[in-house]
Design a protein around this ligand. Sequence first.
Ligand code: ATP
Length: 357
Amino acid sequence: MSISVELNRITKAFDTTVAVNDISLMIAPGELFFLLGPSGCGKSTLLRVLAGFYRPDTGELRFDDKVMNDVPPHQRNTGMVFQNYALWPHMTVAENIEYGLRLRKLDKLTRQEKITGALEMVQMVEYHDRPVNTLSGGQQQRIALARALVIEPSVLLLDEPLSNLDAALRQNLRDEIKDIHNRTQITTLYVTHDQVEAISMADRMAIMKDGVFVQVGTPREIYQYPADPFVASFVGETNFITGNIQEIANGKAKIETPVGVLHTESVYHDFTPGQEVSCSIRPETIHLNGNSPLNQLTAKVGAVTYLGRVEEYELRIADTLKLKAIIHNPGTETKKPGDTVGISMSPKAIVPLPTNE
Ligand code: ATP
């Protein structure tokens, strides 16, 4: 049975640094929830509050209906996986996994069955007797995952588990962790600063900055409806054009910018005429030689990078603005640095966001 995790106005400070500042959150039973944010924003501190390594200064933590603030870490039934694996190097794979089962005083046969089950889950059965210090990084992280899963935790806590691994292995393990989560339905909190990891795996995620949540939502909501320029640029790539609202009505607006008036149909914040906004425009929504009647600009091509699946263009507009465009499925025709091109953007692709004036 999966459990819920509830944070109610949790604060944790170290001297004058407020690492976690009055955070409330409800993680649903069986949810795979991500904390995403830049270094130092408080992600690990929040994870450690859940694990019980830190007691919150104020606020309440609940697993289902039970208040956990004063429950010591070993009685929380949480499984943890760390960035650096944190395995015991002198022990074998099986001994590492067995440790938590011994603490729970399970008999030998049960322990052996559970170890085999956990090794099957991470596809490492044949490594049962290997000393862990003879394994590769990816294999060690699989064992760390097996060790966390074997105790059948109520909550799984993952602290940047893939950041020491190379790109191909990261992709592989992402798929495996997602698959294991689908099968076990363990309520999981996953900390990362890798937005691709979060977008591709999360049921929901929180974007964290300076100890607070800037936005909580599904990856799709956060990518398509970012709360502010920080979220728009942290989750995915984007361009910004700053301007002022000229007219606004019914989710549409005209925005006066240094490169001309932009028309948008993606207004989902409250703005007033005259207000400064930062228009977020994703690189994949900029069309070269596009034929949208609105939002046409003339640009000079800078660097062109052909990447097979996509082609990236650096575009300069009126010498003052640099935009990045990404063209999918590029053909043989290509623009060259120095070429002049007409670009266009659909009114839906221009997303005005509040600036922190
Ligand atoms: P990273 O991605 O670099 O691991 P993070 O988002 O996990 O960063 P935290 O480790 O939670 O961030 O740190 C949040 C803030 O709290 C930072 O300013 C950090 O210096 C401070 N901090 C964290 N742990 C302690 C501690 N034990 N003592 C003092 N300050 C701390």
